[in-house]
Ligand binder design. Structure first.
Ligand code: AMP
Ligand code: GLY
Length: 427
């Protein structure tokens, strides 16, 4: 089998790594890919960019790909999966219509209401007056979300009413701007990826992401600074419960509407005292959670994603998982998330590989003319390690991170720490 992966982040590098390890896979092509992937995959440029559906569909045909896997949300929302399927290639990723579950928070809320999925009470607002009224109706802490895609930066959670209102006004100032003001959900957060072929839902292992830039959840939201899996503190029934109460009803509702969801339904949850409630849906694998979930998946990935793309998930064998714990820590560029600096030398990656089980997944990296590696984005690398215990995995991953040399870089030092200390509880 030949697989084409669209994207260039550490999530896509993790996908490439897992696909290459599938014995059924002869070759993986990544477009545009990144310098970390090009040792195991053929990296192809996409002259029209990742949003160019016709360009992606043509590349899949030119390469003779049996399956296209689309990593990021923007091409999905732009209809790239539709273009690939229309050209006759199997595609793992939802149509533009189905990707609205991520592309519009108001749409996601409407589907959740129709499917009776537990989630935060929400008001969709189009004026500052409506935002103010919603803030007062729900009380603090305030949660104010840009309706559209904002790369993880559209959400403000604050007890400061003026800050909440200012964020609402900023979102409304955009063309067609809409704002979702919602109830604050209290409880640990969990990400659960649910594979869907449009009908059948198959959950992967739950993971936890760390969205704030600094230790102790200080500072602004980011795309995600680290993750770990499994979650020993969460109920063993969590994945099944989320499928029954959230993912299956949502997939059924999308099918009922004639816009079946094929791909990963990423369910972001808060485990509240009153049970799991949905914080957000995404229409793709999460980054950096994918790095730890795929590190533990023993079932070959390509066969699984092809089964989803071809409507055959029902017949898939139960998934197999490593018993090990996986932790990933993101090494971010100076100034991330506000003003990431590029062009710094990235060194020490060979030394990372000396740490047992540890490896590096590239995200914002670039190869200079002289062959040296430079930073070229906010999240530069994801370092991953495994261990027999969470403590061992953490020790290894931080040993590995300490070997990376990138001037001005920063990372969180408390990824999975509360779980290691057994400080997390549900509800
Ligand atoms: P989102 O982009 O919707 O995932 O939101 C980003 C982050 O904001 C989430 O991971 C949560 O940490 C936080 N957040 C979003 N919605 C809520 C909510 N209703 N209650 C509490 N925190 C939230
Ligand atoms: N880890 C959060 C996301 O992928 O949106």
């Amino acid at each position: 089998m030949k697989v084409l992966v669209i994207g260039s982040g550490a999530r896509e590098h993790a996908l490439v790594r897992a696909l290459v390890a599938d014995p059924e896979v002869d070759a993986v092509v990544a477009a545009p890919g990144n310098p970390g992937m090009d040792t195991t995959a053929l990296c192809e440029a996409l002259p029209g960019g990742v949003l160019d559906g016709a360009g992606v569909a043509q590349l899949a045909l030119d390469q003779g790909a049996d399956l296209v896997v689309i990593g990021p949300e923007a091409p999905l929302v732009a209809g790239v999966a539709d273009a690939v399927r229309a050209a006759g290639t199997a595609c793992f990723g939802p149509s533009a219509e189905a990707a609205r579950l991520e592309g519009s928070k108001a749409f996601a809320k409407e589907v959740m209401a129709a499917a009776e999925v537990p989630t935060a009470i929400a008001y969709v607002c189009t004026t500052a007056e409506e935002v103010a009224a919603a803030l007062d109706a729900l009380g603090a802490p305030h949660v104010v979300k840009d309706d559209g895609l904002a790369a993880g930066k559209g959400v403000v959670v604050t007890s400061d009413r003026d800050e909440a209102l200012a964020h609402g006004r900023a979102c409304l100032a955009k063309e067609g701007g809409r704002v979702v003001v919602e109830e604050y959900l209290d409880g640990p957060e969990v990400s659960l990826f649910c594979l869907s072929d449009g009908r059948t839902v198959l959950p992967l292992a739950p993971a936890q992401d760390f969205k704030r830039v600094g230790d102790d959840d200080e500072g602004p939201n980011t795309g995600g600074m680290g993750a770990y899996s499994p979650l020993d503190w969460a109920p063993a029934t969590l994945a099944d419960e989320v499928v029954t109460r959230v993912a299956q009803p949502t997939v059924d509702e999308m099918a009922r509407r004639g816009t079946p969801f094929v791909g990963v339904l990423y369910v972001g949850l808060a485990l509240t005292r009153r049970g799991p409630k949905v914080i957000e849906f995404n229409a793709r694998f999460g980054d950096p959670e994918t790095q730890v979930v795929l590190a533990r998946l023993r079932t070959p990935l390509a066969g699984l994603l092809l089964a989803a793309a071809e409507g055959r998930l029902e017949g898939v064998e139960p998934l197999r998982w490593s018993e090990q714990h996986a932790v990933t820590v993101v090494v971010a560029a100076h100034g991330y998330p506000a003003t990431p600096r590029g062009g710094d030398r990235v060194e020490g990656l060979e030394e990372v590989e000396e740490v047992p089980t540890a490896y590096v997944l590239h995200a914002g990296t670039d190869r200079a003319a002289d062959g040296s590696l430079l930073s070229a984005g906010g999240r530069v690398l994801s370092v991953v390690a495994l261990g027999e215990s969470l403590a061992q995995a953490r020790e290894r991953v931080y040993d590995a991170v300490g070997r990376v040399r990138l001037e001005g870089s920063h990372h969180r030092s408390d990824i999975a720490l509360a779980a290691e200390r057994e400080e997390l509880h549900t509800g």
